[in-house]
Each structure stands twice: as structure tokens, then as C-alpha cells.
Design a protein around this ligand. Structure first.
Ligand code: 26W
Length: 857
């Protein structure tokens, strides 16, 4: 059935009015924007529910293999705008809102950002769900419904303050509480053993603490130009609303904190990125995700299977970093118990089902749990891990006889710790890194022993991003620019972007590209002017910023030493010193824009933010320099602010110490939005350069991963020598301690502390300048000169930018998901059955009629 546009608009308007009245008791003219947003979402939801139901029913009936994606973090951002994009309804809705006198952007901005993740890993999981839904794979995502997501970052005099992120204050029209799917998760308790029918030991507990996990489902809508789109479920667990989780006896005994511990398990996301802290509640969170999701997977399986005979064939579980790695132990335990498997059989099935993605090479991020902590909290799983480890160690001894040091290195248990990566690797059929270099480092260094034992298990799947959110939705002007030239196929087949390259040297295209970029830069400036307080600016009036012809130099990501925001800030400091000495030294105006959160306990990262603030303020106050150079720190970087900043970027800073950034995905988002990259040979930068070709990738710089590794091995790096031999470096470093950038002693201390970490390090803990900031700074500086030369020729810059976009086809999350599906999961697509869709549509429109009132006659 097809309806005219007018009819559709009318019916959406009626639906919105219907919901305003029936759910809020509001007439249209009296409804607030928040109420309107809710009614509007309810109206749209009706369409979504049909496809969601049909997708689920089809998958269930098909008995096909399914992928269950387990991740402690997701970063969906806002849903409404993306949902409208994916069902190709943006234009329709804009017309509806216009007719109803509501601003499109105003309504979209009512929705809180869902930030239940830290950064890269969580956003990747969300991009992957978008692709799974778009490509119509049978999938469910499992995660945690943290009551407080990643903290809100405020800056007070350059100091990061963390405020709770209460994203659940408003009723969320996009989530569905599923009481009937709640499950119990057991902690602690006394161990009792039994035997299964095969004589294998079954571990059970008595007197355990039982925690109820209640799921909330979010629909993740796949892109489709027809109305037959798929909807994937993101199922998030919560311990908050189940009354029995509150232990009243303990409360009555005066122990409030203990009484509330289990209701609070899903309260807060741990805000550490790449840094493992080993807290007990975190372990409870991780096991809750694992146990609740596995129970759900078993229930799901049981709906279409009378036994577990097909389990290994129908179930694939992806373990997103080691955070859900207890899956290995718990699945083995459940199979012994429910499937009468022997330990060896259970391990084999587990290995067939599970695969693990590693996302970082930082040693401090590797998860290890204290053995007695696991033994107390998870007694059954502890024994299973011991048994698994025995088998594993025996197999190592078989393969490498007499190599006891190797057994020690690879053992899952050692030094009183349980090593989650070792468990994940032994229990998985595939282990992948997230970019070629990273996967090579896993094989040759981090997991070398494991690679030698299981060479076939290790593989690479380079990350990707969804072009639906990160281009089509967030940059409609550039999306239209592309579609006008090569058609709209790129939205679901990103490889088609290649067809854009012939337009790179077309002057009209270049000019149009520049115009679009200017508009996006202006939109960002307008947005910045609305922010309450911007660090380093006197006021947020437009004269706090440079105009759209300035180079927008963008460095946005979590603040971490290895990502080297410090190097970029030191470079801005050098530019400042040059301009101060000679205000006419530069022909290119530049806005150096930073955004990103520091982990609350990460002092150096917080110091770096404060340094950026001091520098921004100093430059702002310098009348001679400020017309040419600005430094800006945009607080509270999140998905929604990324959607505004990225389309406005000219230059993308991807300057991590080579060998340390697993992949990066911001690098891809910025490039598809027409920014040029200044970057090290790290993570996916390398593959992006190869795809764009060296000719159009002019700003690669810095030491290679191998060179850095060598310097670490032979301790040959001396930052002090570098500073002594180079006046530019010396002058910049001097400014860190000569009080020229600071206004008080606290700031002085902060800058001195950065100085010390670069020049001396911390004895017995960290070498000076561990991340080689100063070592790459000169080559960064030289490359930034090339940037300015090219930027002085806008048409030529545009030519490069268009070539960069054209080379980005391989970096769609669709490509990554197809690779996982084909090479790791062995998964077939299952689109919603048209007959099922028809049936549900019919059922719905029948029920949609209200028959309470007697027929008027
Ligand atoms: C347990 C503490 C902790 C928390 C988060 C350790 C490690 C993490 C994440 C794995 C860190 C992370 O987000 N890694 C990023 O993953 C992205 C997606 O693959 C990559 O693009 C980034 O390079 C990587 O830093």
C-alpha cells in the first residue's frame, strides 16, 4: 500500500495529537517541547514496533544462527534523529513539525544523550548494532542499563569537574521494560557439588545472594529505503527496580550500604578508559552481564529447540574486550549442568560459540581479578576456571614439552590473579584486533605465546563507523553533495564512495565543498556561542572565535597521555611564541579545538586539560596574537557534540604514539566529513592512508611503532638531550615553568608537574616522556607547516579532502560486520519475512481502532 505524502503528514499529526491527549492530557497548543517530543516519539514508535515484532518472529521461526554481542558499554547517543534517518523519514517529519509549528532541532535536542560507555569501544558497539540491523543479520546486543552513564564534564578554571549523568530523568519512549524476561544472578554462597549424568562435577551453591536482573529493550533500527526495515534489540540489564535486591535485614541492622549493594550494581558506569582498577562492584557488574545474558540466550534457544543439541550450531557470542570474558567459565558451567556435558565437551562447545575482540595494547588496561575475590564472589565459576586452567596447562605442556616458563606465562591463574585475556583466548575460536597493525602487535608481542599455540585463531577485523549517523544524519549538506554526484548507493554500500574521486579536481565541486564546510563551521560557531561557559573565552560572543576561514584544527577523544593532546597543546604553544615574536609570521588563522573527558582518577590527563585552559586563556588575552590563533576546549564531549564538531573539521588530529592506538574510529568519522588527517602511523590511520593513497595523504609524521618499540627496549630515548639541542623545544618547555602562562600557584604546580613528567618521569614507575611527545613534536611541527601551506590554497585543499572521502569505503561498520559475519561467525542474513510483516500490520490496524464508544447513527 502506498499513501500520498499529504495523507502521511496528516496521519502523523493526528497520531501526535492522539498521544498528547491520551498519555499526557495535553492539547497541542499547551504541550511543552518535552511533551511534544514524547508524543512524537510514541507516534513514530508505532511504525517501529511492527518491524521489530516481525524481525523477532522471523528470526525465531528461521532457526538460523544468531549473534549475541556482549558489551559492557554502548554509546548510542540520541536515537530519534538517527531513527528518522534510517527509516528515511527526515523530510516527512520536517514537514510535519513545520505544520505543527515546532522546531525540528529543538525537538531533537530534548532527548538526552545515551552515554552508557566510555569512548571508542562503546561507540564501536553502537555502530556495529546499526550495521547488524541494516544488513539484517539475526542479532541481539546485551549491555548494562547504568542509571548514571559517563559523567558530565564541567570545567571550572580549567579543572575538570564530574557531575552525574542522569539520562533517565525523563521517561524514555525508546525503552521497553520486559518484566517477563527478568532472571536471577547468584553471587557468593556455599559450594555444593553433585555429578551430572555423565559423572562430571556440577557446581551449585546454597545460601547464595540472589540478584534479579531486569531487562530493558531498545530498538535499533536498520537503514532501509523500503518499509521492510529490520530492528535489532539492544537488551540492557538493570538491578535497580527489583524490590528483592534490597536487603531489608541488613538495613534493619543499620548497614545501609550493604543493604543497597545489589540494587546499586547497575547504578554507575565505571568511568575508566584503558585503566583497570579491579573493584568488587565492577566484577559484580561484569558477571551480571554474563550470567543474565547467557540465561537469556538459553531461554531464546529453548523457544525453538527441545534440547541443547543444536546450541553450538545456532549460537555465536562476541566478547567485546575481556569485560564479559567470564562468559567462557559460565557457559562451560551451564553446559555441564543443563546439557550433561563433560568438561571437555562443554569447553569444545564454548569454544565453538565464542570469539573475543581485543581493543587495547595498554598493559594497565589488561583485566586481572584477584583469585580470592573471584573465589568468594563466584565460587562455582572459580572452580570451573581452575578446571579449565588445568586442561589448558596440560595442553601447553603437550605442545611445548619442558617449557615450564611458557606455561607460567600463559596460565589463566598465576600470582594470585585470574587473567581474563588468557581465559578469553583459550575459550574462543577467534581472537581479533581492530586494525592490521594492532592485530600484528597482538600476534607478535602481547599474545605471542598464544599465537604460537593457536596461530589459526588470530585474525584482524579493522573497525568501521556507520555512515548513516556519521555522514548522512550529521552532515546532510555533504551527504547531498555526494548523492548528487554518485547517487545514494553509498548509504548502504560505502565502497561506492570511490566514484567520487573524478570530482576531486573539478573546480565547481571544490567550491561547493568549501561552501558546505564553511556552513558547517558557522553552525559549530553558532552552537559554541550558546554554551554556558567556554573555557578560555571572555564571553561566548562570536568574537571569542575566529571566523569560518580559519583552519579548524580538531582534536577530540578521551584525554590520555598516549593520545598526546599534550603534544598538540605544546605545538599550539610554539605557534603562540612564534606569533608573539612576529605577529605577521602566519598567513593561516587557526582554531585549535580540543574536546574529551579525562578519567576522574587520572591526574596527568586532568593536568593536560588544565594546561590547555591556561594556554587558551593566555592566547585569548594577547591582543596581538588572538586574531590569528585560538585554543578552545569544548566541555562534555559526547556523541551529540561530536555530531556538531565533526562536520566542521578541516584538520583531524590522530597523533597517538605509534603502536598504542588500537584502531581509532574518530579518525574515520572526521575523514568521511571532509577533514584531512595529520597523523602518526598508528591504528587504522595506516590503512586509511593506504586506501586514500600516499599522494592524497600528505600529513603523516612521526616515529613508527617499530622505532618506538626499539627505543623502549634499549632505553635510548632522552628527552632532555632533545630539549637541550633544540631551541624551539627549549623555549616551549621553558614556558611550562616560567609562570608566563599561569595566574596562580596551583596552575604553576600543574604545569611544572607536566614538565617533570616529560623530563624526569617518576623514578621506578615511569620513564621520562613515556609516550615520546617531545620526540615526535618537531616532526609534528614541520608537518603542521605543510598543513598551513596547503590550507592557503583552498581549492587544492578541497581536492585533497574529496580524495580522502573517496578512499573511505573500507571503513564503514558494514564492512567490518560483514567480515565478522563471514569470517568469524558464519552468519546468514535473515530479513523480516514479508508475510510476517503483513500479518502484523493487519493485526495492528485491526487493533488500532477504538471500539469502546457506541456507533453513532
Ligand atoms: C577495564 C578498563 C577498561 C575500560 C575500557 C579497559 C579498556 C577499555 C577499552 C577497551 C578502551 C577502548 O575503548 N579502546 C578503544 O577501542 C576502540 C574500538 O575498537 C579503538 O578504536 C581505540 O583505538 C581503542 O582505544
Amino acid at each position: 500500500m502506498s499513501f500520498t505524502l499529504e495523507y502521511q503528514i496528516e496521519s502523523v499529526i493526528n497520531k501526535i495529537k492522539h498521544y498528547l491527549i491520551t498519555t499526557m492530557g495535553r492539547s497541542l497548543d499547551a504541550a511543552s517541547d518535552a511533551e511534544f517530543y514524547r508524543a512524537f516519539s510514541y507516534a513514530l514508535r508505532e511504525e517501529v514496533m511492527i518491524n521489530w515484532t516481525a524481525t523477532r518472529n522471523t528470526i525465531e521461526k528461521s532457526k538460523s544462527r544468531k549473534i549475541y554481542y556482549l558489551s559492557m558499554e554502548y554509546m548510542p547517543g540520541r536515537l530519534l534523529g538517527n531513527n528518522l534517518t534510517n527509516i528515511a523519514a527526515i523530510e516527512l517529519v520536517q514537514q510535519v513539525l513545520k505544520k505543527m509549528n515546532r522546531g525540528f532541532k529543538t525537538i531533537l535536542s530534548i532527548e538526552p544523550d545515551i552515554g552508557i560507555g566510555n569512548g571508542g569501544l562503546g561507540r564501536l558497539a553502537s555502530c556495529f548494532l546499526d550495521s547488524l540491523a541494516t544488513l539484517q543479520y539475526p542479532a541481539i546486543g546485551y549491555g548494562m542499563r547504568y542509571h548514571y552513564g559517563i559523567f558530565e564534564q564541567a570545567l571550572w578554571c580549567g579543572i575538570q569537574l564530574e557531575r552525574p549523568d542522569c539520562w533517565l530523568l525523563l521517561e524514555n519512549p525508546w525503552e521497553f521494560r520486559r518484566d517477563s524476561h527478568a532472571v536471577n544472578v547468584d553471587f557468593n554462597g556455599k559450594l555444593v557439588t553433585m555429578k551430572n549424568a555423565r559423572g562430571e562435577t556440577v557446581y551449585s551453591v546454597v545460601d547464595q545472594e540472589q540478584v534479579r536482573a531486569l531487562p530493558y529493550d531498545l530498538p535499533i533500527i536498520g537503514y532501509n529505503t523500503s518499509s521492510n526495515f529490520s530492528v535489532v534489540t539492544l537488551r540492557l540489564w538493570s538491578t535497580k527496580e527489583s524490590p528483592h535486591n534490597f536487603q531489608l535485614q541488613r538495613y534493619n541492622a543499620g548497614q545501609l550500604d550493604q543493604a543497597a549493594e545489589n540494587t546499586c550494581i547497575t547504578d554507575v558506569l565505571y568511568p575508566n578508559d584503558n585503566n583497570e582498577v579491579g573493584k568488587r562492584i565492577r566484577l559484580k557488574q561484569e558477571f551480571l552481564l554474563v550470567s543474565a545474558s547467557l540465561q537469556d540466550i538459553f531461554h531464546h534457544h529453548a523457544r525453538t529447540n527441545s534440547s541443547l543439541a543444536n546450541f553450538a550450531d545456532e549460537v555465536r557470542i562476541q566478547i567485546n574486550d575481556t569485560h564479559p570474558a567470564l562468559t567462557i567459565a559460565e557457559l562451560v558451567r551451564m553446559l555441564i549442568k543443563n546439557n550433561n556435558s563433560t568438561l571437555e565437551e562443554a569447553l569444545e562447545i564454548t569454544k565453538t560459540c565464542c570469539s573475543y575482540t581485543n581493543h587495547t595494547v595498554l598493559k594497565e588496561a589488561l583485566e586481572e581479578w584477584n583469585e580470592s575475590r573471584i573465589q568468594n564472589l563466584l565460587p562455582r565459576q572459580y572452580h570451573i576456571i581452575q578446571s579449565i586452567n588445568q586442561i589448558f596447562c596440560n595442553r601447553i605442556r603437550e605442545k611445548f614439552p619442558g617449557d615450564e616458563p611458557r606455561v607460567q606465562r600463559m596460565s589463566i591463574i598465576g600470582n594470585g590473579q585470574i587473567k581474563m585475556a588468557n581465559l578469553a583466548i583459550f575459550g574462543s575460536h577467534h581472537i581479533n584486533g581492530v586494525a592490521k597493525l594492532h592485530s600484528d602487535i597482538l600476534k607478535q608481542e602481547m599474545f605471542k605465546d598464544f599465537y604460537e599455540m593457536f596461530p589459526d585463531r588470530f585474525t584482524n577485523v579493522t573497525n568501521g563507523v556507520t555512515q548513516r549517523r556519521w555522514l548522512l544524519y550529521c552532515n546532510p549538506a555533504l551527504a547531498a553533495f555526494i548523492t548528487t554526484r554518485i547517487g545514494s548507493g553509498w548509504v548502504s554500500h560505502f565502497e561506492e564512495l570511490r566514484k567520487l574521486s573524478p570530482f576531486a579536481n573539478d573546480k565547481i565541486s571544490q567550491e561547493e565543498f568549501i561552501t558546505i564546510k564553511h556552513c558547517n563551521k558557522q553552525a559549530l560557531l553558532d552552537y559554541l556561542a550558546t554554551l554556558d561557559s567556554l573555557p578560555g573565552c571572555h564571553s561566548n560572543s562570536h568574537n571569542s572565535f575566529l571566523g569560518v576561514d580559519a583552519l579548524f584544527d580538531i582534536h577530540i577523544k578521551r584525554v590520555h597521555e598516549y593520545k598526546r593532546q599534550l603534544m598538540n597543546a605544546l605545538h599550539a604553544l610554539i605557534l603562540y611564541q612564534e606569533l608573539k615574536a612576529n605577529p605577521l609570521a602566519r598567513k593561516v588563522k587557526r582554531m585549535v579545538i580540543f574536546a574529551g573527558k579525562a578519567a576522574p582518577g587520572y591526574k596527568t590527563a586532568k593536568d593536560i586539560i588544565r594546561f590547555i585552559y591556561c594556554l587558551a586563556r593566555t592566547i585569548m588575552q594577547d591582543e596581538k596574537v588572538s586574531p590569528y590563533l585560538r585554543v578552545l576546549f569544548i566541555p562534555n564531549y559526547n556523541v551529540s557534540s561530536a555530531e556538531k564538531i565533526i562536520p566542521a573539521a578541516d584538520l583531524s588530529e590522530q597523533i597517538s604514539t605509534a603502536g598504542m592506538e588500537a584502531s581509532g574510529t574518530g579518525n574515520m568519522k572526521l575523514t568521511i566529513n571532509g577533514a584531512l588527517t595529520i597523523g602518526t602511523e598508528d591504528g587504522a590511520n595506516i590503512e586509511m592512508r593506504e586506501s586514500v593513497t600516499n599522494t592524497w595523504w600528505p600529513f603523516a609524521f612521526g616515529k613508527s611503532s617499530e622505532e618506538n618499540r626499539q627505543m623502549q627496549r634499549d632505553h635510548s630515548y632522552s628527552p632532555l638531550r632533545l630539549i637541550e639541542s633544540n631551541p624551539i623545544l627549549a623555549q616551549a618547555m621553558e614556558a611550562l615553568r616560567n609562570r608566563s602562562l599561569i595566574e596562580n600557584d596551583a596552575e604553576h604546580e600543574t604545569l611544572c608537574s607536566l614538565y617533570t613528567s616529560l623530563t624526569e618521569g617518576i623514578p621506578y614507575e615511569s620513564p621520562p616522556d613515556r609516550y615520546f611527545v617531545l620526540n615526535d613534536l618537531l616532526s609534528f611541527y614541520a608537518t603542521q607547516k605543510k598543513v598551513e601551506d596547503l590550507y592557503s590554497n583552498p581549492l587544492r585543499w578541497a581536492e585533497y579532502a574529496i580524495h580522502n572521502i573517496a578512499g573511505m569505503g573500507p571503513f564503514s561498520a558494514d564492512v567490518a560486520i560483514k567480515t565478522y559475519a563471514e569470517k568469524i561467525w558464519g552468519l546468514q542474513v535473515v530479513p523480516p519475512d514479508p508475510a510476517e510483516l503483513e500479518k502484523i500490520r493487519a493485526e495492528y490496524s485491526e487493533l488500532d481502532r477504538c471500539r469502546i464508544l457506541p456507533k453513532a447513527n
